[in-house]
Write a protein that binds this ligand. Structure first.
Ligand code: FPP
Length: 275
């Protein structure tokens, strides 16, 4: 199937058969027709996993003299649009940084409003997720979430578990450092119980104990609103990820911006430390 901006996707159905392919972005064969060849000088790849730091909701609201929560609400609409685009393009995994462990430091009213918005979004999106074949997942210290949000999340995860297109992973009460600490604690417990030897603790062993054990590392990280930092997001998993930063504020980020980011990704040469 060809997408409207010229990226070629291997599968006839969104996400179909993609789980079989491991190890990063998929490279499509050259376009078939001459006119397509003129447009595309080389094969184009779609990242298998895209991670996003959704920044700039507050600034978007301030520019419009609106309360910050209005920016988060518009940000939720961008999540919906970008998830849909990922399904259309055949991106297998989309991870969005929705609430960091540091976000608890924000004013109580904003924190409460954010959790209400997240709970509302999770519950309200189920029909759309089902229609588009999106499986919902979450990473973070989830037992510390407000209880009603945990229930909504558990329910949506269970209902969408069989969906085969894009997996949308919400990073909630997440930080890369706490994730690594939690994984190290798991390894310590297993070592003390005699279930793992010191020699068996390698990169794979640690990766398998991260919240993301079931997902491949991101191929592309997108950060909106211009800041050049990782903000404690997926610190282990982003080791070889291509980074794309745009000045656009998250509520203004849409499907076309995702396509631009993927086009930029296609200009990168990924060498993983080799030549
Ligand atoms: C950062 O912008 C954004 C957040 C801390 C929250 C992200 C949450 C959403 C986009 C809401 C909906 C999410 C889902 C998954 C439905 P900021 O508030 O720090 O912006 P600023 O830097 O301009 O102040």
């Amino acid at each position: 199937m060809f997408c409207d901006f010229g990226l070629q996707i291997l599968d006839s159905e969104p996400g179909e058969g993609l789980a079989k392919q491991r190890g990063g972005a998929r490279f499509a064969p050259p376009p078939a027709s001459e006119s397509q060849l003129a447009k595309e000088e080389r094969p184009v790849s779609v990242p298998r996993h895209i991670a996003i730091i959704m920044d700039g909701n507050g600034r978007w609201a301030r520019e419009r003299n609106l309360p910050r929560i209005k920016g988060h609400e518009r940000g939720a609409e961008s999540v919906r649009a970008v998830t849909e685009a990922c399904v259309e393009l055949g991106v297998e995994y989309l991870t969005v940084y929705a609430f960091s462990t540091e976000n608890w430091k924000r004013p109580k009213a904003e924190v409460a409003a954010l959790w209400m918005l997240l709970e509302h979004f999770i519950a309200q999106e189920i029909p759309t997720l089902m229609k588009n074949g999106v499986r919902l997942e979450a990473i973070g210290r989830l037992r510390e979430l407000p209880e009603s949000c945990q229930s909504a999340l558990d329910n949506a995860i269970a209902l969408t578990a069989g969906n085969k297109a894009t997996t949308l992973i919400l990073a909630l009460n997440y930080s890369g450092r706490t994730e690594i600490i939690d994984a190290v604690r798991t390894l310590c417990r297993e070592a003390l119980a005699g279930a793992i030897t010191e020699a068996a603790i390698d990169q794979d062993a640690l990766s398998q104990r991260l919240y993301t054990a079931a997902f491949p590392d991101p191929d592309l990280l997108i950060r909106t609103s211009g800041e050049m930092r990782l903000s404690n997001f997926l610190l282990w998993q982003l080791s070889y990820t291509e980074i794309y930063v745009t000045q656009k504020l998250w509520p203004d980020f849409g499907k076309d911006d995702l396509r631009t980011a993927i086009s930029e990704f296609n200009k990168r040469q990924r060498r993983y430390g080799g030549l």
